[in-house]
Design a protein around this ligand. Structure first.
Ligand SMILES: [Zn+2]
Ligand SMILES: [Zn+2]
Length: 379
């Protein structure tokens, strides 16, 4: 079991001994009391001249090997081999929760399995992403009456001051390069034993689609504007045709799979919707998936929803979260993760929050929803 360092209150106790937190497996019978004969006791007893048992070190201060701090002990993991500590958020990739199984620090963990690269074959890629040839061309925006247009323009000038429009991503023109981008995403998805899905999925045993009601969001949820909705629709139809955002998934020994820009990306560019299976948060309380994303935060805890990209998902799950506990981490952020009410349902969109240069790695605020929502916006 992934162990946390003991709380500071407990550490101060001089009597405290290092303790494994592994609990008995559920359903195992309570230990029954057994009686043994005096000959058994004698057989097991230690002669008085035997060396004393080696004193085990007491918990004193457990420090994080990465940041050197011993604070936030509820997020300080202890390696099951070397007993050294590391914060969940100091790990790369960041761990969302204390793991349920045994946890080994990066120094003790066995080297990761070699990655099997997805074949760079057009037909295989077309099949993997279920690309529809000649699929729906985006509809040109309908022209309203001139009067209507004038009114709309006047309003949009006012809006411009408050909020900027989202921009559609610009796919790489070179088809071969685009195939490379898709093959990189397919490599990461297949290595993670995931199927490609570019949208929220509702599985019978999990939360039903009817549970995703944006109006249940505590404090309200911003509604995606008509213009931005058209932008998202345009991007979705481009993706169905195989025109993906200019992103490349690369493998980094420190960060795992991570996403980098494969072309210059302008501020406010829509990059991806966070996709995966929708489930109730309470069903996932003991889940080890490191990429669970908040979808709906309701006053009623039993109605809280999360997106779980453990079986299905898209490139969004490989974008790394920044370490938002340090100013340096904050500086790296170039993508914002924002939740919107789209047709009454909540959706999580990843949008560039500054100009991103080709080759730059993408980072979003891992805990973005806590701060970016709903009052802090793109301005
Ligand atoms: Zn740390
Ligand atoms: Zn270790």
């Amino acid at each position: 079991m992934g162990r946390r360092a003991p709380s500071s209150a407990a550490t101060s106790s001089p009597e405290l001994r290092r303790k494994r937190t592994a609990a008995a497996p559920p359903g195992s019978p309570p230990e029954s009391r057994r009686y043994c004969s005096i000959s058994d006791v004698m057989r097991r007893s230690r002669p008085v001249n035997a060396p004393p048992p080696v004193a085990r070190p007491r918990y004193e201060v457990v420090l994080c090997e990465a940041c050197g701090a011993g604070d936030r002990d509820e997020e300080l993991l202890l390696c099951d081999l070397c007993d050294r500590g590391r914060h969940t958020y100091c790990l790369r990739p960041i761990l969302a929760a204390v793991p349920l199984g045994p946890w080994l620090c990066p120094d003790c963990a066995p080297p990761p399995k070699p990655i099997i690269h997805f074949p760079l074959k057009q037909r295989k890629i077309v099949d993997f992403f279920r690309i529809q040839k000649g699929a729906d061309e985006p509809q040109p925006a309908k022209c309203g009456l001139p009067q209507d247009a004038k009114r709309r323009r006047r309003r949009s000038i006012v809006m411009m001051k408050k909020k900027r429009k989202m921009l559609p991503f610009v796919p790489t023109e070179d088809r071969v390069q685009r195939l490379k981008q898709m093959a990189s995403a397919a490599t990461a998805l297949t290595s993670s034993k995931m199927e490609f899905s570019n949208e929220l999925t509702y599985v019978p045993s999990m939360a039903p689609k009817s549970a995703n009601q944006a109006k249940l969001e505590e404090g309200g949820m911003q509604v995606l504007t008509k213009e931005d909705k058209e932008t998202i629709e345009l991007c979705r139809s481009m993706q169905r045709r195989g025109e993906c955002p200019p992103l490349l998934v690369v493998f980094d020994s420190h960060e795992g799979f991570t996403v980098q820009a494969d072309g210059d990306i302008k501020d406010m560019t829509f990059l991806a919707e966070y996709a995966g299976d929708v489930d109730f948060l309470e069903n996932r309380a003991n889940d080890d998936c490191d990429s669970i994303m908040t979808l709906l935060s309701t006053a009623d805890p039993s109605k809280k929803l999360v997106i779980c990209p453990d079986k299905r998902g898209n490139i969004a799950r490989f974008i790394n979260g920044i370490n938002n506990h340090t100013p340096d981490g904050k500086k790296k952020q170039n993508v914002k993760c924002v939740r919107y009410n789209i047709d009454g349902e909540s959706h999580v969109l990843l949008v560039a929050c500054r100009d991103i240069a080709c080759g730059e790695k993408l980072y979003y605020d891992y805990n973005g929803h806590e701060y970016a929502y709903p009052t802090h916006h793109f301005i």
